[in-house]
Design a protein around this ligand. Structure first.
Ligand SMILES: *Cc1c(COP(=O)(O)O)cnc(C)c1O
Length: 370
């Protein structure tokens, strides 16, 4: 039986193998392996792609968030408002700095921060808002940035899942004070290992981040330090490979959109929730998410036919064991909790072929209609 994976990374590699090998060879022969010309070129290319002035390559997407919040001086006593329905790293970085994540509930159809609740959760300790462009769909950036402006808050966009997505005709990552990308292999622009980047228009922030990622180094020399920093560098091999992949990103995102539309049309009559995309947004379908009350059964039915799926995300962040002392209880964020019980991802990627996708659709239809 042919297996249909959630995402076929080896298949993606086959398309570009020769170009990747050439790029890797260039780096291997160069003798520069960390923070060299490939990283610098990638930073410029990703910033230009995103419509921002600066790109700062770091070791991973988590560090892109962490170093930015740190550069803003966020720490003990501060609060950062974010979503309870996202990958753990989004909130982890807030806690890691000694600040407190404050969760607000999500919209039940788009899974994005419910911006109506910002007002309720704001306190004088609030320093920043960390909206997540979840599953490849842009958050409500006009409302977020307007609120932040009124209250003097920073905005950090978690764009780990949404490179190339658009809000009102503009790419995500260019709305907040800064944004983070992850180049984890499964992301829409994924490397062959870990990688991440901060993008921003803020020159001063860019400068701070370039220092923080190399142990808070000053401009005087390698061995003069002006801050307590990190070892969080992007390497040349990843950057060279990512530069190749960046050239395909728009086409790959478009291929995802086409396949998402096929799912939309083929599943619309079933008793499930399919993605909702407001008219002013371009979703790039990092994941194609459906909701069903029968998630476990459906996942088993598909697995028995060789089709991989995954629950996204099974535990909302406010109910994570490690966050017990934040004082949230079940029922506090009912939408995120319900969605956590129902949401699952179907196989999707630029390499998903028609036969495999037809198989997924047929198996789901068979499950509900028999
Ligand atoms: C992947 C991801 C991150 C973390 O990125 P890493 O590169 O894995 O550190 C952060 N936030 C979200 C929403 C993600 O999906």
């Amino acid at each position: 039986m042919n297996r249909t994976p959630l995402l076929d990374l080896a298949g993606q590699h086959r398309w570009i193998r020769v170009e990747i090998q050439e790029a890797m060879r260039r780096v291997l022969d160069s003798g520069r392996y960390i923070l060299g010309p490939e990283v610098k070129a990638l930073e410029e290319e990703v910033a230009a792609f995103s419509g921002t002035r600066h790109g700062i390559g770091v070791a991973n997407g988590t560090d892109a968030l962490l170093l930015t919040l740190d550069a803003w001086g966020i720490g003990p006593g501060d609060e950062v408002i974010t979503s309870p329905f996202t990958f753990f790293a989004t909130a982890e970085v807030i806690s890691r700095l000694g600040a407190r994540p404050v969760f607000i509930d999500i919209d039940p159809e788009t899974y994005l921060l419910d911006v109506e609740q910002l007002e309720q959760k704001y306190t004088p300790r609030t320093r920043a808002i960390l909206p997540v462009h979840l599953f490849g769909q842009p958050a409500d950036m006009d409302e977020v940035t307007a609120f932040a402006k009124d209250y003097g808050l920073k905005v950090l966009e978690d764009a780990a899942q949404a490179i190339g997505a658009e809000y009102k005709g503009r790419k995500v990552g260019s709305f907040g004070d800064a944004a983070s990308y992850s180049f984890f292999p499964t992301k829409n622009l994924g490397g062959y290992g870990d990688g991440g980047m901060v993008i921003t228009d803020d020159e001063e922030l860019a400068k701070k981040l370039r220092s923080l990622r190399v142990h808070g180094r000053g401009s005087q020399s390698k061995y003069h330090h002006i801050a307590l920093g990190y070892n969080s560098r992007l390497d040349e091999l990843q950057a060279a490979a990512l530069r190749v992949k960046l050239r395909y990103l728009e086409a790959w995102n478009e291929a995802r959109r086409v396949k998402a539309e096929i799912y939309d049309q083929s599943l619309a009559d079933l008793p499930i929730v399919i993605p909702t995309v407001p008219a002013d947004r371009k979703h790039i379908y990092h994941l194609y998410i459906i909701q069903t009350r029968r998630r476990q059964e459906l996942m088993k039915h598909l697995r028995d036919q060789g089709i991989d799926t995954a629950a996204y995300y099974p535990v909302p962040l406010h109910l994570q064991e490690v966050y017990r002392d934040l004082g949230y209880r079940e029922g506090d964020l009912p939408v995120a909790e319900e969605v956590s019980r129902r949401a699952m991802a179907l196989p999707l990627g630029p390499e998903l072929d028609e036969v495999a996708q037809d198989g997924v659709v047929a198996a789901i239809r068979d499950f509900f209609l028999g």
